[in-house]
Design a protein. Structure first.
Length: 385
């Protein structure tokens, strides 16, 4: 499951059932529906019409708009909204919560047609590429469709039209902190992955896609290995949505740098908590968009020291030299230096890791997330009363 699915489950499973009766609507059966059933959360499936990516990567380096996809998606959004509105009229919910950019559009339109209040929970930073056309469309829809808006960070609130900012609230991503406490499974994980017991293990968990920046991490790791030959790099995550070319590019880089025996591609894993128990240093190298990303919060919960690129959304979760070390965005050499600083200083690793763990518990717990969302629910309902 991705971040949106994980946070949906965390919210639905932990709401106060005396006040709220959550029903999760999914487009198809899958990991989220199974997890909801296991957690005792009611779930329904309602297929949606297929949508296309609104941009394309050229040589994994340049992103260009895809106008044909925009036209296709406009039609499928309207068709999907019509399908969902009929479902909502039969279900008669008191409130609809949408997650995911396209879901905000078709779910919000469906709720409006059904006469149901709608809360957008926005977890995506809106790209300002292509002369701000995405931001303009998002702002136009945000002004007309939802009853209220909540977002995972102030960066998103600032992207809203000015008249909506004071009406919207920040509710940070949640992480199941107990799940990521170090559980002493490191030796077994290292044996499974073929990592020597004493090797310094640097971990990264993210989808393999250009803007997540794993190519910069591999470049930085090449420098780390020169000073720490036994070091290993663990990449957790796979490619989705047409990013297979980028995954192949990463493997070619590993071969070119003669790192085949030092870089492990773990692929998609459901046991990230177990894998992180074997990691010594966590690297997060997203180049844009991410705001308090779930995998970063998971690493913090595991008490790991972090080296990351200094994008605004990462800075929302960690402060430089307090919970981790930050490097200029896209600067592989600076990232390598941050990693080497952590590799060489056990006391610094312990101090930063403990600070990160405490920050995750205090600011990003499931309980705090649920409380914030319940307040957002009440505000949306009050507007419609």
């Amino acid at each position: 499951m991705g971040g949106i699915q994980h946070t949906t489950l965390a919210l639905a499973a932990n709401l106060n059932r005396e006040a709220w009766n959550p029903i999760v609507i999914c487009p198809e059966e899958g990991e989220l529906t199974r997890a909801c059933h296991a957690a005792g959360v009611e779930v329904r499936t309602l297929p949606v019409f297929p949508m296309c990516s609104t941009s394309v990567w050229i040589n994994n380096q340049t992103k260009l708009p895809n106008p044909a996809a925009w036209l296709w998606n406009a039609g499928t959004i309207l068709a999907t909204a019509s399908r969902i509105s009929g479902f909502l009229k039969d279900l008669h919910p008191d409130l609809v919560i949408t997650k995911g950019l396209l879901c905000h559009f078709y779910g919000g339109l469906a709720a409006s047609r059904a006469g149901t209040p709608c809360l957008w929970y926005v977890q995506d930073f809106i790209s300002e590429r292509f002369c701000g056309v995405y931001k303009h469309v998002f702002g136009m829809m945000a002004s007309r469709v939802p009853t209220r808006i909540a977002a995972i960070g102030p960066q998103i609130i600032r992207q809203l039209p000015p008249h909506l900012r004071d009406q919207s609230r920040v509710v940070y991503n949640p992480v199941d902190t107990a799940k990521f406490e170090r559980a002493g499974a490191a030796d077994g994980i290292r044996r499974e992955l073929g990592i020597p017991p004493g090797a310094m293990l640097i971990g990264n968990a993210a989808r393999l896609t250009p803007w997540k920046g794993q190519h910069h991490l591999i470049e930085a790791f090449r420098e780390v290995v020169k000073a720490e030959p036994t070091a290993r790099l663990l990449l957790i995550g796979g490619s989705l949505f047409g990013d297979q070319d980028y995954a192949r590019r990463l493997r070619r880089m590993v071969e070119e740098y003669n790192l085949e025996d030092r870089v492990i591609f773990a692929g998609h894993r459901q046991d990230v908590n177990r894998l992180l128990s074997a990691v010594n240093v966590f690297a997060y190298c997203a180049l844009e968009k991410d705001i308090c990303p779930l995998s970063l919060l998971e690493a913090m919960s595991a008490g790991l020291p972090i080296a990351a690129f200094d994008i605004e959304g990462v800075r929302e979760a960690i402060q430089d030299r307090r919970e981790g070390l930050l490097a200029p965005v896209g600067n592989s050499k600076a990232l390598a230096q941050a990693l080497m600083t952590l590799v060489r200083d056990p006391a610094l690793r312990r101090g930063l890791g403990e600070s990160a763990r405490l920050r995750a518990h205090s600011d990003f717990s499931v309980a705090r997330h649920v409380h914030g969302m319940e307040q957002a629910f009440a505000e949306a309902l009050a507007v419609s009363a």
